[in-house]
Design a protein around this ligand. Structure first.
Ligand code: NAD
Ligand code: UD1
Length: 340
């Protein structure tokens, strides 16, 4: 039995692939490499000393997807593939809706045709919109403020409808908080194209001298130091949650939603200071206006995942900072531009 990993060349998918292979699963990876590089596939093979099929293929290409399901005895799908840049989603919403929603519908239709009905979907804490309190649990109301967030909300709803129409589907909706960090080896990590949107890759690029200084968006939030608070979670802890979700789906039909976060909120300044301390690197920064669309405080109540899946995050902020920095220093230019 084999697990199909969509988006497996990307940041989270590549870490999941390593974890799956290490745990004895067979995998197939498909990715159109629109936001990733074939070199990550080489690195997954190198880290695990295991071979697996890779398809450079688009979720929008139904014929190619069918080929994958015909060629392999797929048992379940970890579905990471999607576009994820909030700002870009505002500029090109149709592309986001088409890619993330049509792509997922294609996948589910072809899964159903091949009687594969076990799915783990990468959702996001962004579906909680601007929550009126923290910690956030899975019963909180959901909303979205941008097209990216709406694709996550819509896909969650589509998957619920699908499961109502055919109760033999087994679906886990995993709402990620803020994944950072990288594999301990420094061989795989987050590889943003151009100027990073997210905080940790920006910090590491400042630390290595690629960018002059970090802009801290807002120091007038109602938090302990005025800067935004987030639930940073090590990517390895995050992907371990996927393996637990897969095991859970072996014996449970239905749709279940799980927060994947640590349950602790740290501010932007906490992250900068911890990074500087553990890596002995000053991070020059300046305070700027708040970034439109940002919320003040966001962190998870992760107890459902603990109780139901037997999963909890184990790695602390120091380890996240160390591992992100090792990835950046060992790969100053991310993955070399290998073509496929
Ligand atoms: P990523 O961009 O590194 O990985 C996504 C992968 O999907 C990329 O390799 C990309 O080439 C591929 N892809 C995109 N559209 C595709 C398509 N139509 N067909 C085939 N491949 C396609 O992103 P990531 O950080 O690894 O995120 C993985 C998933 O988790 C995404 O769905 C994202 O929305 C979700 N998520 C990420 C975060 C985060 O902070 N990184 C937070 C919450 C949710
Ligand atoms: C962002 C997205 C969210 C998405 C998530 C993962 C927005 C509004 N939200 O979450 O939908 O699910 O990424 O892809 O884009 N910060 C700075 N300077 C920077 C970058 C960030 O101060 O250069 C601050 C932000 O204001 C925020 C915190 O750092 O307070 C975290 O930002 P980021 O890493 O972008 O994640 P989120 O905004 O939480």
């Amino acid at each position: 039995m084999t697990i199909l990993v969509t988006g497996g060349a990307g940041y989270i998918g590549s870490h999941a692939a390593v974890e799956l292979l290490k745990s004895g699963y067979n995998i197939v990876i498909m990715d159109n490499l629109s936001n990733s590089n074939f070199e990550s596939i080489n690195r997954i093979r190198e880290l695990t000393s295991k071979e697996f099929p890779f398809y450079k293929c688009d979720l929008l290409d139904r014929d190619e997807l069918v080929t994958i399901f015909k060629n392999h005895d797929i048992e379940a799908v970890l579905h990471f593939a999607g576009l994820k840049a909030v700002g870009e989603s505002v500029e090109i919403p149709l592309k986001y809706y088409h890619n993330n929603i049509t792509g997922t519908i294609n996948l589910c239709e072809i899964m159903a045709k091949h009687d594969v009905k076990k799915l783990v979907f990468s959702s996001s804490a962004t579906v909680y919109g601007n929550p009126d309190r923290v910690p956030i649990d899975e019963s909180f109301p959901v909303s979205a403020t941008n097209p990216y967030g709406r694709t996550k909300l819509m896909v969650e709803e589509i998957l619920r409808d699908l499961q109502v129409s055919d109760p033999t589907w087994k679906i886990a909706l995993l709402r990620y908080f803020n994944p950072i960090g990288a594999h301990k080896s420094g061989r795989i990590g987050e590889n943003p194209n151009g100027i990073p949107n997210n905080l940790m890759p920006y910090i590491t690029q400042v630390a290595i001298g690629k960018r002059e200084k970090l802009s801290v968006f807002g120091n007038d939030y109602e938090t302990h130091d005025g800067t935004g608070v987030r639930d940073f979670i090590h990517v390895i802890d995050l992907v371990k949650g996927h393996l637990k979700a897969l095991q859970y789906l072996d014996s449970n039909e239905g749709v279940e939603t799980f927060n994947l976060g640590t349950g602790t909120g740290y501010s932007v300044l906490d992250l900068i200071n911890t990074f500087s301390l553990v890596n002995k690197k000053e991070i020059p920064y300046q305070f700027m206006e708040r970034r439109p669309g940002d919320i003040s405080i966001c962190y998870a109540n992760p107890t459902k995942a603990d109780k139901v899946l037997g999963w909890r995050a184990e790695k602390d902020l120091k380890e996240m900072c160390k591992d992100s920095w090792k990835w950046q220093t060992d790969n100053p230019n991310g993955y070399d531009k290998t073509t496929y």
